[in-house]
Write a protein that binds this ligand. Structure first.
Ligand SMILES: [Zn+2]
Length: 144
């Protein structure tokens, strides 16, 4: 079969949320497509497919985006705060370490999962393609 540049991509059998709704549902650990099933089966393990609508969420590979956005947000909030404390109070370096290292760690651990859910929701809003279907459910493709 030859690729036709004028052909429409195959329609997804799963509900396609808007970007805002998909991201919001992902942050809340809800399936971005239907809002019913869960996104995660462990701290950062995405389910293979939604328990309610069977959308192949596990095929959406968020890769390095969640840690990137987590570091971006945590860094932009805590680093200026760290500099302000240093400038205002000049605490000893050991006190900086005792305060900031656990704070950075907890902030990253707390934000990584909702941010990964948001990225999965964002990817759902972009839509599944034929490769995503085949990765999880080979029978889902009409030509398979
Ligand atoms: Zn679902």
């Amino acid at each position: 079969m030859r690729w036709d540049p004028n052909s429409e991509p195959p329609a997804s059998p799963y509900a396609k949320p808007g970007y805002g709704l998909g991201i919001q549902r992902g942050v809340m650990n809800r399936c971005p497509c239907c809002g019913e099933g869960k996104v995660f089966r462990a701290y950062l393990k995405v389910v293979d497919e939604c328990s309610a609508c069977h959308a192949p969420l596990g095929a959406l590979r968020s890769d390095d985006a969640p840690p990137y956005f987590t570091i971006l947000i945590v860094g932009h909030v805590l680093v200026p705060l760290l500099f302000w404390v240093e400038r205002a109070y000049e605490p000893p370096i050991w006190l900086h370490m005792v305060i900031w290292l656990p704070l950075f760690t907890l902030a990253c651990i707390g934000l990584l999962r909702p941010i990964k859910g948001a990225v999965v929701g964002w990817m759902c809003a972009l839509g599944f393609d034929a490769q995503d279907h085949e990765a999880v459910m080979p029978a889902a493709r009409p030509d398979a």
